[in-house]
Design a protein around this ligand. Structure first.
Ligand code: GLC
Ligand code: GLC
Length: 655
């Protein structure tokens, strides 16, 4: 061990020794049991040194460093004191089964409480729906109190302590969390920690001139500093406002606002912000959350002269939150939301940082493969980008509440002769339906005329061709669109990681163009793919009814549900291990999944023509001569060429 490390460990130990009396005082006033206190102390002794090391690197130059370290520790202790018994019980289980989230039994769903179930109480009545679909992980989009008017779909939070009154109360949330636990479903909520709404109490105090709270944000008297920063910054929402700063009339100052002008970036160079957000994090977690989705992780640290994204300190901050979670709420996992370059996405994924992460590269490249009908770029990328550190997992998704950005790596594209700039333009043309013969009905999001950048909004079904097919009343096109959707689900459910459905997909919900009538939504095309759930769809599951489009919905629902159920029955699908198969056919993606002696071969045809692969490819990859496609039970002999129907996906088990 280096002497520098020795030195920090020595400081860590001494600091903890000095803080013992304060800790003692917390235990005394709370009167928690000996056992519960002992559990905390055990975890503290395990995680204290690394935690202290992180805080030291981040904040040692602060004149009041020791004070903040003390407050952080006491906040963690109080978080544990307040943690309800049933959650402590869960912690004990999770400590013994830390890899529960790698199981093939887990499939997830994400939804808006109001659009799906009106409010939390109504949602409690729908738990059976999620069970029927086979979901064991549910992400509710932000449900905390928000500013009036535009609130960025819940991401402009006024207080982390109460639920949006239109959706219910914190107690309703606790009850729902308990019901979900009862049903074996994990609860995922956002930790929106990059910014607060401009009407959060801290922002209001800042606006009232309180200096302590002005230091919670990045506030500048004039354009000098902002302009220096701007030189190297991206614009995330260029159609909202140019640049990253917003003039505040009341304060007569500039505020850093990476996203909407009413979302004020928190200043994590201030340890008081770190501590305050820790308290909010523990509060949220203690309502019964299993996984926190860390929102917009890329942006939480700024440094002049950089693009202020994915900076090393952003990682240290998350690692510090992670250590504190392990001390105070040990059952909790972090999910990273970094929709950035794949080299940067992966840096957040680590047992000590975020155990799971959205897989935006896979998402974008699956759509890329559908547009080109070729899997070259997808394969080139998966070759060196799918593998993750031990005990972590991808969260694979096809659509979510946000746009699609073409975040593949330019060098991956160039390696196979694709010009990345042209290709992104092609994809944007394709998914906005401009490209001749396109089946997609997407719309632009945040088109930047200066840089040519653009992202895509639209529901899965509309992007996969269902909207166009229904409008043209073309049965063949409808069939192809449905096959595309099932192909994507088939990959997402099998390639390795937690598959995450964006609810509505199970019905093939189309774009909702009505959002433009609401002034708070009209300027943000992402609302096109945030439609309201139509519960009458459930009626089509009744065999006696079957209108024409009803039968399409039923087909999509039943097939999706079936794939989810099948996944659960295939232990080869646990974990992340995946080897690509060289299919020698640029339209067919092939891979082997293996786990604990179980193997499953997946072959997926991304074109609307039948495609072939040699039987012996399957034999070598699958170590057998006869295989059965578990999706339709058909068997295949490797002595023959294997033919995949248009957009067919095979999940092959050796027989
Ligand atoms: C995340 C959310 C997105 C939101 C942004 C700002 O990226 O997914 O919807 O606009 O953060 O909070
Ligand atoms: C950007 C951000 C991402 C956010 C998205 C919202 O891509 O990187 O975090 O979700 O914008 O559109």
């Amino acid at each position: 061990m280096s002497t520098a490390q020795d030195e920090i460990d020595f400081k860590a130990d001494l600091t903890l020794q000095r803080l013992q009396p304060q800790l003692e005082a917390v235990w005394q006033t709370s009167q928690i049991s000996e056992v519960k206190r002992h559990e905390f102390e055990l975890r503290l002794s395990e995680h204290w040194r690394p935690l202290f090391g992180l805080l030291f690197r981040l904040y040692r130059s602060r004149y009041d460093f020791f004070f903040h370290v003390e407050q952080i520790l006491l906040t963690a202790a109080r978080g544990w004191v307040e943690r309800p018994d049933r959650l402590c019980e869960l912690d004990r289980h999770r400590i013994n089964e830390p890899n529960w989230f790698l199981s093939e039994k887990i499939s997830g769903g994400a939804l808006y409480v109001d659009l799906f179930g009106e409010n939390l109480t109504k949602l409690r009545e729908n738990v059976s729906y999620f069970k029927e679909l086979g979901l064991k992980y549910l992400h509710f989009m932000p449900l905390f109190a928000v500013r009036p008017g535009n609130n960025d779909g819940g991401y402009a939070i006024s207080t982390y302590r109460s639920v949006d009154p239109r959706l219910g109360t914190i107690d309703d949330l606790r009850l729902l969390a308990a019901d979900l636990r009862e049903a074996g479903i994990s609860l995922v909520l956002d930790f929106v920690f990059n910014h607060t709404s401009d009407d959060h109490e801290w922002a209001q105090l800042a606006q009232a001139g309180n200096r302590e709270f002005q230091e919670y944000y990045y506030i500048f008297p004039d354009r000098t500093e902002p302009e220096k920063y701007e030189r190297t910054l991206r614009e995330i929402f260029p159609t909202i406002r140019r640049g990253n700063f917003t003039w505040h009339d009341g304060m007569q100052q500039w505020v850093w606002t990476t996203f909407n002008s009413f979302q004020w970036d928190l200043n994590y160079t201030n340890p008081a912000v770190f501590r305050a957000m820790l308290e909010e994090m523990l509060f949220i977690t203690n309502t019964g959350v299993d996984i926190l989705r860390l929102d917009a992780v890329a942006f939480i640290w700024k440094q002049m002269g950089t693009n202020c994204e994915n900076l090393p300190e952003a990682h240290l901050l998350i690692q510090a939150f992670n250590r504190l979670a392990r001390i105070a709420t040990p059952g909790l996992l972090f999910k990273s939301e970094a929709i950035v370059h794949p080299d940067d996405v992966v840096k957040y994924i680590n047992e000590d940082e975020c155990q799971i992460s959205y897989n935006p590269t896979l998402m974008a490249l699956l759509w890329e493969s559908l547009a080109t009908r070729k899997v070259n770029l997808l394969v080139q990328t998966l070759k060196h980008r799918h593998r993750l550190p031990p005990n972590t997992s991808w969260v694979n998704y096809l659509r979510c509440h946000d746009d699609i950005g073409w975040t593949f790596d330019n060098a991956d594209a160039e390696a196979i002769g694709i010009n990345a700039y042209d290709h992104r333009n092609f994809l944007n043309d394709f998914y906005t339906g401009q490209f001749p013969g396109s089946f997609a009905r997407g719309v632009p999001f945040q088109e930047n005329h200066e840089t040519g950048d653009m992202r895509i909004s639209g529901t899965m079904a509309s992007l996969a061709g269902l909207e166009q097919a229904i409008e043209e009343d073309d049965d063949e096109k409808k069939e192809l669109a449905i096959r595309r959707m099932l192909l994507l689900h088939g990959v997402s459910l099998s390639i390795g990681g937690i598959p995450l459905l964006y609810l509505g997909e199970e019905w093939g919900m189309l774009n909702d163009y009505d959002f433009v009538t609401d002034p708070a939504k009209a300027g943000d095309s992402r609302w096109i793919h945030r439609p309201k759930m139509k519960w009458e769809f459930l009626e089509v599951l009744d065999d006696r009814i079957g209108t024409e489009n009803g039968s399409i919905r039923k087909q999509i629902f039943r097939s999706t549900q079936r794939l989810i159920a099948l996944r659960k029955s295939l232990p080869a699908l646990a974990g992340q291990e995946m080897d690509l198969i060289a299919t020698s056919n640029e339209h067919i993606l092939g891979y082997v999944r293996f786990n604990n002696g179980n193997r499953l071969i997946v072959l997926a045809n991304f074109s609307e023509e039948p495609q072939e692969i040699e039987g012996n490819k399957l034999r070598t990859a699958g170590l057998g001569r006869f295989f059965q496609n578990v999706i339709d039970d058909k068997t295949y002999a490797t002595s023959e060429r294997l033919v995949l129907a248009p957009y067919q996906i095979l999940w092959l088990n050796r027989v």
